[in-house]
Design a protein around this ligand. Structure first.
Ligand SMILES: Cc1ncc(COP(=O)(O)O)c(C=O)c1O
Length: 403
């Protein structure tokens, strides 16, 4: 067996299942889960129709690079969204969702023969970054997000000696679970570090279309272009239809950026067998070419967050994020920092599932920056999220009263 498999940690939802295994949810309430970040708004009809209309594609093997018209649709979207003119032949590649692409990219760029090959990740973070690094034969270094700076990651906390052995940096903007969006200054710093130490930046942008500020989140490639880096040196952005178009089961996204990275990535993917089904390609073209459903989807999240956030901020430290579909809240004092106790008791008394923040982060430099927090995914319909918020308010108020 591959010995590196032993280094993988249990996935947060497995840990959550174990945490809740002996809790009996209060049967007086119907169950509501804010645990898993799976989009739940309806899949647009235009995507379902495109899928049905392209079933003939099942009769052919697809090319790993995807159909030219698919890459053109992706390039058109990048033009429309970020005012970037990318070459669809060399700077764009379809992927089967950003999860597999994050993983595969690490396998492509990491050289495990170099001493102490390192991957730097934000903390808390999307768990695939860690697994991708470990299975590529690298070690991880975690940089904490800072609640005092709207959860911006504290990159200054990474020692020079660590940057010197770093081969890959994962960034997530908008962030999961914090919702924080990286600004141009932060990108400038990271590009300078990448130039100095030679590492690749993988920019995970799968929440880019769900935002609450007027201005859409800055993309990594957009930041590079603004900072005079038109070749996107050492930068790959990953994006996805899962959240944008409510198709987590379609498994469709793309990577874009440095052509010198896309080329070996295509080679890796050809051997790995990561071509996108022709049927999924057709549905993806329809999805990337339509913006109306994205506007409507965003409006639904805005309405939901506008209702739920003030309810919860009255009883706990939580604020409207820049973007994404999570609330990243600090638990009240009476729980003495135990996010797991909060999650268990809330399920027991009010039949609502929330994810302990400590499960989304690692203890690093003596501290788990997710501890004492919970993540709430507002993916269910608005009425259900409002009902969950109402129960959380009651729960917190009742526990505050107990001696
Ligand atoms: C931060 C982040 N990146 C990537 C993904 C993967 O999404 P997909 O593979 O559906 O594109 C997720 C899914 O929840 C996520 O939260």
């Amino acid at each position: 067996m591959n010995p590196l498999l032993k280094r993988l940690q249990p996935y947060p939802f497995e840990r959550l299942r174990q945490l809740h295994a002996d809790v009996t949810p209060n049967p007086a309430y119907r169950p509501i889960s804010l645990g898993i970040g799976e989009p739940k708004h309806a899949t647009p009809d235009l995507i379902k129709t495109a899928l049905r209309d392209s079933l003939a594609g099942l009769a052919a093997y697809p090319a790993t690079a995807g159909e030219p018209k698919l890459r053109q649709a992706m390039a058109d979207w990048m033009q429309h969204r970020y005012a970037l003119a990318l070459d669809p032949a060399t700077q764009i590649l379809p992927v089967n969702g950003s999860r597999e692409a994050l993983f595969a990219l690490a396998q492509t760029v990491i050289d495990p023969t170099q001493p102490e090959a390192t991957v730097v990740c934000p903390n808390p973070f999307y768990q695939i970054y860690e697994g991708a690094a470990l299975l590529a034969g690298a070690q991880t270094w975690f940089a904490p997000s800072d609640p005092a700076r709207n959860f911006a990651v504290n990159w200054d906390s990474v020692p020079d000696a660590v940057w010197a052995r770093t081969q890959l940096l994962f960034v997530c903007s908008p962030g999961n679970p914090t919702g924080a969006v990286m600004g141009l200054d932060e990108w400038k710093l990271l590009f300078e570090l990448s130039d100095k130490y030679g590492f690749v930046i993988a920019s995970d942008e799968c929440y880019s279309e769900i935002y609450f500020r007027d201005e859409p989140p800055l993309g990594g490639l957009q930041a590079a272009a603004r900072l005079g880096r038109p070749d996107f040196k050492n930068l790959i952005a990953l994006t996805s239809l899962s959240k944008r178009s409510n198709v987590p089961g379609l498994r469709s996204g793309f990577v874009a950026g440095d052509a010198a990275l896309i080329k070996p990535f295509l080679l890796y993917r050809t051997y790995h067998g990561s071509a996108m089904s022709p049927v999924v390609q057709s549905a993806s073209i329809a999805a990337w070419n339509d913006e109306q459903h994205v506007v409507e989807n965003r409006a639904m999240y805005r309405e939901k967050f506008a209702k739920v956030t003030p309810m919860l901020s009255a009883v706990m430290d939580v604020a409207l994020p820049d973007a994404g579909f999570y609330l990243w809240a600090q638990i009240p004092e009476q729980f003495k920092g135990s996010d797991t106790a909060f999650s268990r008791e809330l399920l027991g008394f009010y039949n609502v599932v929330v994810l302990p923040g400590s499960y989304l982060a690692r203890e690093a430099q003596g501290r788990n920056p997710g501890a004492g927090r919970i993540r709430m995914a507002l993916v269910a319909p608005t009425a259900e999220c409002v009902e969950a918020a109402d129960r959380i308010v009651q729960f917190i108020q009742s526990t505050a009263k107990s001696p």
